[in-house]
Write a protein that binds this ligand. Structure first.
Ligand code: GTP
Length: 173
């Protein structure tokens, strides 16, 4: 690794979770700072690159794979997980099944990558507080137990969006 690569590392990052939880919306908010009320469901996976300053000296580049949550693409997942340094596991705070399925997503990630991966659990759609069904404390407890970074976000209002990659970067560098 050259000195510049050591100082400015590139990491592969996958977004994983049920269909409709807001993976594409989180990526769009992160990369382009925009939000779309009606997104198309991702087919297979989509690739984006994003760089951020982790501190005064280090710029981190992420090669982001936004994977499809739909059941019909599930067998493709491992193709995109391979070689990942980090994963963002997304559920929707208004959809309990999407939270319950996180265990499945962790299992399918670990079956490809073992435990050598930094993972963050993200409860998205926090702007829909009136429709919340997943308790913050329960999710936080689950995250602690499974050694996951945890936060709630809203791709719509941009709440905590910049925190996700900041926190991941702190763990990775
Ligand atoms: P797949 O591609 O099928 O896996 O779905 P996805 O997880 O990428 O979900 P997507 O980003 O396509 O979002 C699904 C729907 O939820 C869209 O209508 C979004 O506008 C909406 N949505 C995403 N994030 C938020 C959010 O933070 N708040 C609200 N209110 N709606 C959101």
């Amino acid at each position: 690794m050259s000195e510049s690569e050591a100082k400015n590392p590139t990491f592969k990052l996958v977004f994983i979770g049920d269909s409709g939880v807001g993976k594409t919306s989180l990526v769009e908010r992160t990369v382009r700072n925009c939000f779309n009320e009606s997104t198309d469901s991702t087919i297979g996976a989509a690739f984006q690159r994003f760089a951020l300053k982790a501190n005064d000296n280090i710029t981190v580049t992420y090669n982001i794979w936004d994977t499809a949550g739909q059941e019909r693409y599930r067998s493709l997942g491992p193709i995109y997980y391979r070689g990942s340094d980090a994963a963002i596991l997304v559920y929707d705070i208004t959809n309990s099944a999407s939270f319950e399925n996180i265990e499945f997503w962790i299992y399918s990630l670990k079956s490809v990558l073992g435990s050598h991966i930094v993972m963050a659990l993200v409860g998205n759609k926090s702007d829909l507080e009136h429709r919340r069904v997943v308790d913050y404390k329960e999710a936080k407890h689950f995250a602690n137990k499974n050694d996951l970074i945890f936060m709630e976000t809203s791709a719509k209002t941009a709440l905590n969006i910049d925190l996700i990659l900041k926190k991941l970067s702190q763990e990775l560098i």
